[in-house]
Design a protein around this ligand. Structure first.
Ligand code: NI
Length: 224
């Protein structure tokens, strides 16, 4: 399941982030890549001081984590601090799956859900689509600034070469309370139906039964 969220960051937050990133130092993204990713990764990552990173993370993660669609799609148990990646003309990130285990010693987590938050407008660069292989073929994702896409970390994906301009994104991972992507998808769909019924007919027997079934199915599958 691939879920796009159009409104993670508003225009004011995007402007602030872009201003901070435009003056910041970026380093070769290979430095943070695992052995296999190093061979296909060609981008740059923010190497900022702790204060700037904390400032950016508070904005990006603060907005993402409290977004109800993110909560419902990712069912996050643990969420990592993001990387800020920049792709200049000619840069790309070839086919890979994200590392299974991330984080420093003592703070390890399993990556179940990957999220890319787009930080500049699609009109500012050509190419640079996030291409995710799904059971139904390749999905190409290139969203407005402030929008995000959430997808299983186990899916093969790449970033198409940027042929003009600069692509700016924040990428982050979460360990989900429900590790199986097909179970998360099922819960996401059920929750949509549940919320819609709770809105339109809060006192109906159907709403009550769906609400109980959702809660108990979630409980059956959730791990913390
Ligand atoms: Ni990736």
């Amino acid at each position: 399941m691939l879920v796009t969220i159009p409104d993670v960051l508003d225009a004011e937050r995007i402007r602030f982030i872009q201003a901070q990133l435009s003056g910041a130092r970026f380093v070769d993204g290979k430095l943070s890549a695992g052995m296999t990713a190093q061979r296909v990764k060609n981008n740059e990552e923010l190497a900022a001081d702790q204060k700037l990173l904390e400032q950016l993370n508070n904005i990006v993660m603060g907005s993402l984590i409290k977004h109800p669609t993110y909560q419902s799609a990712a069912l996050p148990a643990r969420v990592a601090a993001p990387f800020y990646a920049r792709y200049n003309t000619g840069m790309t990130y070839g086919d890979h799956v994200d590392d299974a285990i991330m984080g420093p010693a003592g703070q390890r987590y399993r990556s179940d859900v990957s999220t890319t938050v787009f930080l500049n407008a699609p009109s500012e660069y050509e190419g640079g689509e996030l291409v995710i292989r799904t059971a139904f073929g390749e999905q190409k994702v290139k969203l407005e600034a402030g929008a995000a896409v959430v997808y299983p970390s186990s899916s093969l994906h790449h970033v198409a070469a940027v042929t003009h301009g600069t692509r700016l994104v924040a990428v982050t991972w979460a360990q989900s309370m429900v590790r199986d992507p097909s179970r998360r998808e099922l819960l996401f769909g059920l929750n949509e139906a549940r919320e819609s019924l709770l809105q339109s007919q809060p006192d109906s027997e159907a709403s009550r039964k769906l609400d109980i079934s959702y809660s108990n199915l979630f409980r059956m599958w959730a791990e913390l």
